[in-house]
Design a protein around this ligand. Structure first.
Ligand SMILES: NC(=O)c1ccc[n+]([C@@H]2O[C@H](COP(=O)([O-])OP(=O)(O)OC[C@H]3O[C@@H](n4cnc5c(N)ncnc54)[C@H](OP(=O)(O)O)[C@@H]3O)[C@@H](O)[C@H]2O)c1
Ligand SMILES: *[C@@H]1O[C@H](CO)[C@@H](O)[C@H](O)[C@H]1NC(C)=O
Ligand SMILES: *[C@@H]1O[C@H](CO)[C@@H](O)[C@H](O)[C@H]1NC(C)=O
Length: 360
């Protein structure tokens, strides 16, 4: 049986789901001759590691306890009383993880799963400077990040398969924000933009401050990850991003409450006019990223109503990829682009995919 040792960073919605999935997949993985050994779990405050990472792993009871206490608001150190694990503060945790990696690299290897919502590892892995990016991808198979674009949707893997078979990708158009996908498909029916955004907020589709979605930076970061995957050596600053609210309504100028109460409805007319103009051409508006040649843009585009992106309704992500092999009709990837379960599944599949890098 091959063992893959893991340290999990972050035990929020995604991290806890991942722990559940690791436990429930044990019989399946055993059939494949693989065993996942969790030797450490971290949250924003502490790192819990097994007392001897070489010989001891967290058993399923402890893993379930971690999920339970994180859910009820207790801290990880509550579980360190048994002597089978040690606790480190977050300031010590990076050094400790590097130590453990050093120990395990000579025996079995170590996978570090970053399911945190934090820029503490490095500022925005994959979307910061090219220098950081080059370091991260210098061992291409060792860095896996399927869940960074479209959550668990097989976006990165599909693009990599096209690239490695020599197909040339000429255009990617993608609706990569569930929130903006929902908003743009709802305004198509004539509902006011402000009302749709408020409904999206009630449905839990938006960030607490909807401007975090409407500003487009989240889509821009995903676009950057895709553009870099295609070999474009660009930075976030070189992406043209259309924000759906003006600077005068930004977080520095007004509170969320003020924006929702007074700002948002001032944007209705402009969107309504654009929706009508698009409709007169048989088109609809979608908030998408467009990556074509060296051009990478994020914003509202008019697209044919009768296209995969035009047919989008609800909060799905949709990606159209045009290449030599998919010239007339694009390769289309569509499905839920968020959710704890699909995101955790993307991470787990990445781990299983690199099992050959681990020695038995
Ligand atoms: N949920 C989704 O649908 C989805 C989809 C795609 C991508 N993602 C990405 O997946 C990541 C996790 O999302 P989530 O929904 O699980 O977030 P979450 O529920 O907010 O959980 C984040 C976890 O990260 C931990 N954390 C924060 N700083 C840390 C640090 N320095 N070291 C280790 N752990 C740290 C937090 O610790 P505390 O418990 O102490 O606060 C928490 O356990 C995020 O980057 C998110 O953007 C999520
Ligand atoms: C994801 O997990 C978080 C934290 O446990 C929870 O609040 C949220 O409802 C979950 N989301 C979904 C879609 O299940
Ligand atoms: C959470 O569970 C732990 C362990 O059973 C318990 O000691 C603690 O009081 C609980 N905390 C809360 C906030 O419910």
């Amino acid at each position: 049986m091959k063992s893959i040792s893991l340290i999990l960073l972050g035990c929020g919605g995604v991290g806890r789901q991942l722990i559940h999935n690791i436990i429930s997949c044990r019989p399946l993985h055993a059939k494949q001759g693989v065993r996942l050994r969790v030797v450490g779990v971290a949250d924003s405050e502490s790192l819990l590691v097994s007392s001897d990472v070489l010989t001891m792993e967290f058993d399923d009871h402890l893993l379930s306890e971690i999920c339970r206490i994180k859910l009820n608001g207790s801290s990880l150190p509550t579980l360190a009383t048994s002597g089978s694990c040690q606790v480190f503060s977050s300031s010590e945790s990076t050094k400790k993880i590097v130590d453990i990696a050093g120990h395990l690299v000579r025996s079995t290897g170590l996978a570090v799963l970053d399911c945190s919502a934090s820029s503490d590892t490095i500022e925005r892995p994959l979307t910061s400077s090219m220098e950081d990016y080059d370091k991260l991808v210098s061992h291409p198979r060792r860095l896996r990040h399927e869940s960074t674009v479209g959550a668990g949707l097989p976006v990165i893997v599909s693009i990599n398969r096209l690239l490695s078979s020599g197909d040339s990708i000429c255009l990617i158009v993608g609706s990569l924000s569930g929130t903006l996908g929902y908003v743009m498909s709802e305004v198509e029916d004539g509902k006011p933009f402000s009302q749709v955004v408020k409904t999206a907020k009630i449905l839990g589709y938006t960030e607490p401050d909807p401007r975090d979605d409407l500003g487009g930076m989240d889509v821009a970061r995903k676009a950057l990850i895709l553009a870099r995957l295609l070999g474009h050596r660009i930075n976030l600053e070189s992406i043209k991003v259309e924000s759906l609210y003006p600077k005068e309504m930004g977080p520095k100028a007004m509170s969320v409450e003020e924006f929702l109460a007074n700002g948002l409805s001032l944007l209705d007319d402009n969107i309504e006019q654009r929706v009508r103009k698009a409709a007169s051409n048989g088109n609809v508006l979608r908030y998408v990223c467009v990556i074509e040649g060296s051009r990478c843009e994020v914003g509202i585009q008019e697209l044919p109503k009768n296209s995969p992106l035009g047919r989008l309704s609800g909060s799905d992500n949709v990606l159209e990829i045009y290449s030599r092999c998919y010239k007339e009709q694009p390769l289309v990837i569509q499905g839920a682009g968020a959710g704890n379960d699909t995101t955790a599944a993307g991470v787990l599949a990445d781990v299983l995919d690199i099992q050959d890098l681990f020695s038995s």
